[in-house]
Design a binder for this molecule. Structure first.
Ligand SMILES: *Cc1c(COP(=O)(O)O)cnc(C)c1O
Length: 351
């Protein structure tokens, strides 16, 4: 049997490669940070990690992870509700709820799992999910797993959202699902307008804060802070794999009964392993750091404005995708801008 299937796969792989879409992994031989080593030994600057607060190589988080591992062990070997919940897991869930000003939180192995296990656990074919067209793949998959009626609106298009809400009056409950910051263009969802429409048309609001938490808002607490929407967003999902340390893990946080129900019905929570104690301990320390001081967020904001001030952006449709970090030094940013200007002139897209 494999012979024919092998030929089929080889042909598919070749067409992916010919389309220029074949993904090749770059091997990094240093910790994740602004200045990294890539095999075979080149030193390069990194402007494409989600390491927004520069915490991926934080000595304080490494120490907290080591301490947690020594005191609480290496792995949990269980799902949460059988014998996979330590005091540390409860402490981290409380830290997340405190940070987002919500009632409670539930941990997952990733935000992909948080989104995958959200909708199906809460809604049925009587209900509606209204989703932004540029939502992350994990929201799309989570919606697919749920029997609710699906509506989709063009990215951040509030007229289309309103039309969807009007049509969805036919269903029992409605939920609007959106990324907080969309990864393609880095635009922030118009959460103030989304909440107004949700209230007008009696819908719940779910926002995925994976790219926005730690980043947007005056002190980096995400879209609820940015738009002053505390108490008006029902469900937040997020990742511990980006600004929040960059290791792994995800969460859903929000209203009490919603989190209670996820603990009863959410399949990735019920059937997938607990987060390892080292990551949980470091994540508790990470929220302590963010509560003690806004220094890292301030540095990120300063780096973003330094980069924006100095960049020459080509006219037209061109797009330069750069991810800045609190871990970048001013010299790193200046070097990157110089490189962009040099290449831009060589390609004659800027003068
Ligand atoms: C990165 C990302 C995820 C996935 O998070 P993981 O914890 O890596 O699974 C989910 N949603 C959005 C919007 C993301 O940007």
């Amino acid at each position: 049997m494999y012979g024919k299937f092998q030929q089929h796969l080889a042909a598919e792989l070749q067409s992916i490669d010919e389309a220029g879409l074949y993904k090749r992994e770059r091997i990094i031989t240093s910790p994740q940070r602004a200045a990294i080593k890539v095999a075979p030994g080149d030193d390069v600057l990194n402007f494409c990690a989600n390491n927004y607060l520069g915490l991926s190589d934080s000595p304080r988080l490494q120490a907290a992870a080591t301490r947690a591992m020594q005191e609480h062990g290496y792995g949990m070997s269980s799902v949460r509700f059988i014998c996979g919940t330590q005091d540390l897991h409860k402490e981290l869930e409380a830290s997340i709820a405190r940070y987002f000003h919500t009632d409670d939180a539930i941990l997952y192995g990733s935000c992909f799992d948080a989104n995958g296990g959200l909708f199906e656990a809460l809604l049925t074919s009587e209900d509606a999910i209204i989703s932004d067209a540029l939502n992350h793949a994990s929201i799309i998959d989570g919606v697919r797993l749920c029997k609710a009626v699906r509506y989709r609106y063009a990215n951040a298009n509030m007229d289309e959202l309103e039309q969807c809400l009007q049509q969805a009056q036919a269903q029992r409950f409605r939920i609007i699902a959106t990324d907080g910051v969309f990864s393609m263009d880095g635009n922030v969802a118009p959460m103030d307008k989304i909440c107004e429409l949700a209230e007008k048309y009696d819908a719940l609001v779910m926002v995925d804060e994976s790219h926005s938490a730690g980043v947007v808002g005056a002190t980096g607490r995400g879209v609820a802070e940015q738009f002053d929407l505390y108490g008006r967003i029902d469900i937040f999902t997020g990742t511990l794999g980006k600004a929040f340390g960059g290791a792994m893990g995800g969460f859903t946080t929000g209203r009490k009964e919603i989190i209670d129900m996820l603990r009863q019905r959410s399949r990735p929570y019920l059937f997938s392993n607990s987060i390892a104690p080292g990551i949980v301990g470091a994540s508790i320390e990470m929220f302590k750091m963010l509560e003690e001081s806004t220094e890292l967020h301030d540095r990120l904001v300063a780096n973003v404005s330094r980069f924006r001030d100095k960049t020459v952006v080509p006219k037209g449709q061109a797009r330069i995708r750069v991810q800045l970090s609190a871990g970048h030094a001013p010299e790193h940013i200046d070097r990157a801008v110089e490189a962009f200007i040099k290449v831009g002139r060589e390609l004659k897209v800027i003068d």
